[in-house]
Design a protein around this ligand. Structure first.
Ligand code: ATP
Ligand code: MG
Length: 197
């Protein structure tokens, strides 16, 4: 079994995540892509990350229409910060014998050298870098990473969770940027309303 893994904060999940995951699924003929919402953010860039159970719920809603997408809670169930080495070991436990393909957007691909136990990563999974608008693929920077990266060109979907969060207090729409069910849940729960930025 060829299993893709898309780790992320998913605060909120948006169509950029879904399009990137689906492009890799099809181009690499994967059997499934498992979305893995992070526990505590790996780098403390934000101290106002939405509760994990709400991010998990949003991710569930985001993927429900695609039978090739699934979700794993390994990262939210493990105490402490999320490190990809742990994600990969836990997913290997959940899917014994699967050949793992860890998917990152171009921005994340350029940071792999700084990840916890980065020298262990290559033996745990294949790594896939998918294009993302705003982050040019620099061959030199990609080659400087501690893993070999399979490069996938995806149609650019220029959406980020940061921009989705910022739109809410401005009264700007999330419809067509996130799945309808995710937009409805954000409105129902009043998420991101008092975001400071
Ligand atoms: P934030 O703005 O909060 O950082 P984000 O939109 O970058 O959110 P993350 O949850 O940080 O979303 O991303 C998870 C993974 O998905 C990362 O590897 C990221 O590079 C990738 N990704 C996110 N958005 C896109 C996109 N629009 N196109 C391609 N890859 C993406
Ligand atoms: Mg990000």
């Amino acid at each position: 079994m060829k299993l893709g893994i898309l780790g992320g904060t998913f605060d909120p999940p948006h169509l950029g995540h879904l399009a990137a995951a689906n492009e890799v699924l099809v181009q690499l003929a994967l059997d499934e892509v498992v979305f893995v919402p992070a526990g505590e953010p790996r780098l403390k860039e934000r101290d106002d990350v939405t509760d994990a159970d709400i991010r998990v719920l949003m991710t569930r809603l985001a993927i429900e229409s695609n039978h090739s997408f699934s979700i794993s809670e390994v990262d939210v169930l493990r105490p402490g910060p999320t490190y990809t080495v742990d994600t990969l070991r836990d997913i290997q436990g959940e899917y014994p014998g699967a050949e793992l393909y860890f998917i990152v957007g171009a921005d994340a691909a350029l940071t792999i050298h700084a990840w916890h136990q980065a020298d262990q990563l290559a033996e745990l999974a294949n790594f896939v870098a998918v294009t993302r608008p705003g982050t040019p693929f620099s061959e030199t920077a990609l080659r400087a990473q501690p893993v070999e990266l399979i490069r996938i060109e995806a149609p650019g979907v220029a959406i980020s969770s940061t921009e989705c969060r910022a739109r809410v207090p401005l009264g700007l729409p999330l419809r067509y940027l996130v799945p309808d069910a995710v937009a409805d849940l954000i409105a129902t729960f009043g998420l991101y309303m008092d975001l400071q930025h």
